[in-house]
Design a protein around this ligand. Structure first.
Ligand code: FAD
Ligand code: FES
Length: 292
């Protein structure tokens, strides 16, 4: 069977799912109203958005929206709220024209959203397994949606461990939520590149923690979301703990324009990351070194 046959069918001409959900076109954005805009670090702001259309709430963990502002364009942004929540939560790092404009938004301002798009995490593939979540930097943003989905289903998964690396303690996102996640059964190992102030956690790369965690390797899956440089080394560390390509899931970031498999901006060989991904089982990316 070809690699492509395992992935969702690429249908550039029609987006039947979007049409059946009542959207005239997958390019048509719906307005959303910013209810909260909170500075969470020097570079990131967290947004709570009230959608104008309920179809926007029909998302799963790992999916993304194309989010735009008139005059500034659009960009793919991961959904960080959990499935079933009534508000959309986003966390945006200011890196360019659009994202800096987002950082100037305040309560009551309007944004434009289309989606949800992409293939997210299939929770049934994780059920019954121990899960090691490895997040680096802003990778914790889509990971949070998956963590919420998993923690909302107690008893359905095995031992849960999050290894989260940030540059500094100040850049560690969602730190105030972590005690709550711990109480719900998540073991959290946090590490920073540069410790400062009262930081008492680990210092160093996430890969240094992987050999130390408790893991029933015959029953464990790994989930990796982070900066491109992280993937190769985390995969090697998980391989060393006995996890193979079938046991590892990754979420890829590529430049995107349409989000619906039409423009080719996100293409790696025959794979359209916006439709076939962004979440892939590592075995699906076999023979595609360009993926990382
Ligand atoms: C699936 C997915 C999910 C994402 N989720 C999030 C999220 O949750 N939060 C978040 O903050 N970001 C997220 N991103 C990244 C975000 O979409 C980009 O950072 C987006 O480009 C920002 O738009 P901008 O106009 O502000 O910056 P841009 O003008 O696009 O610039 C962004 C950065 O890319 C560089 N750049 C610009 N053009 C190019 C080019 N042609 N080639 C290489 N580099 C270039 C710029 O120098 C700058 O450093 C996600 C991306 C993907 C694909
Ligand atoms: S973003 Fe256009 S094909 Fe993927």
């Amino acid at each position: 069977m070809s690699l492509y046959a395992k992935m969702p069918e690429h249908k550039p001409e029609h987006n039947e799912e979007a049409l059946s959900r009542g959207m005239d076109s997958p390019y048509l954005p719906f307005p959303g109203t910013v209810e909260r805009s909170i500075r969470v670090s020097e570079k990131e702001r967290f947004f709570v958005v009230a959608p104008s259309n309920e179809t926007l709430l029909d998302y799963g963990p790992g999916q993304f929206f194309m989010v735009g502002l008139p005059g500034y364009g659009e960009a793919p942004i991961s959904i960080t709220s959990g499935p079933g929540e009534k508000k959309i939560e986003l966390c945006i790092r200011a890196v360019g024209n659009l994202t800096n404009a987002f950082h100037r938004l305040r309560k009551g301002d309007r944004i434009w959203i289309r989606g949800p798009f992409g293939r997210g995490f299939d929770l049934s593939a994780l059920e019954g397994r121990d899960i090691v979540f490895v997040a680096g930097g802003i990778g914790i943003v889509p990971m949070r949606s998956l963590l919420k989905a998993v923690l909302d289903k107690p008893g359905r998964f095995g031992r849960l461990t999050l290894i989260y690396g940030a540059k500094t303690p100040e850049e560690m996102l969602f730190a105030e939520e972590m005690d709550g996640w711990r109480r719900r059964g998540l073991d959290i190992q946090a590490t920073v590149d540069k410790p400062d102030g009262p930081w008492k956690g680990h210092t160093g790369l996430v890969t240094a923690l992987i050999p130390k965690i408790e893991m029933a390797h015959m029953n464990t899956v790994g989930v990796i979301i982070g900066p491109p440089v992280m993937y190769r080394f985390v995969i090697l560390s998980l391989n060393a703990r006995g996890l193979g390509a079938e046991d590892i899931f990754v979420s890829l970031e590529r430049r995107m324009k349409c989000g619906v498999g039409k423009c080719g901006h996100c293409q790696i060989n025959s794979v359209y990351v916006c439709q076939c991904g962004p979440v892939f089982r590592l075995s699906e990316l076999k023979g595609m070194p360009e993926a990382f």
